[in-house]
Write a protein that binds this ligand. Structure first.
Ligand code: FES
Length: 174
């Protein structure tokens, strides 16, 4: 009888240890299946638009692509046509070029020329103005604009806000 109860106790103890082990390994497996927090956030890049200086080109990164950020001076804004202005992202009363910095011809990375306030692609001589619109062949169109959402003084790349959707609907970007 004593033997039986001891066996029963040992059996229960072994069972409890096995159950704890099973729960621990299930928890570990679930952690493996769940995407990492960093992976979930990887599609979005938040830019603080208050740090950029007028007329100075900055290159950010979104989903591995270079993102050109060029805060327009009031002089630059004045020279833009109505169509070119449609490409400009207004954050409050400040205008920005926010473009994927990849040539729409064959994918080279154009260089910004601050003297002439334009972009020159080294591969085949394509050119873009300071709104990102194409001004010299062979690129078939202006720079593409990444999906963005304006959030106060911040810009969330990877999220489609109303301003971006309007650009897309108007054929300003693909
Ligand atoms: S890749 Fe830019 S002009 Fe050809």
């Amino acid at each position: 009888m004593e033997n039986y109860s001891r066996r029963g106790f040992i059996g229960k103890a072994v069972g409890a240890v096995a159950a704890v082990g099973a729960i621990a390994s299930l928890t570990a497996m679930k952690k493996t299946w769940d995407p990492l927090a960093s992976t979930k956030a990887a599609g979005f890049t938040t830019l603080d638009m208050s740090i950029y200086k007028e007329g100075e080109m900055a290159v950010e990164k979104w989903r591995g692509k270079p993102i050109f950020v060029l805060k327009q001076t009031s002089e630059m804004l004045k020279t833009l046509t109505a169509k070119q202005k449609e490409r400009i992202v207004m954050v409050g009363d400040e205008g920005f070029l926010i473009n994927i910095g990849i040539c729409t011809h064959l994918g080279c990375i154009p260089a910004y020329r601050s003297q002439s306030e334009d972009f020159l692609c080294p591969c085949h001589g394509g050119m873009y103005d300071h709104s990102g619109d194409v001004i010299k062949d062979p690129p078939p169109r202006g720079f593409d604009i990444p999906p963005f959402k304006i959030d106060g003084k911040k810009l969330v790349l990877g999220e489609e806000g109303p301003e971006y959707r309007k650009m897309k609907n108007n054929g300003i970007t693909l």
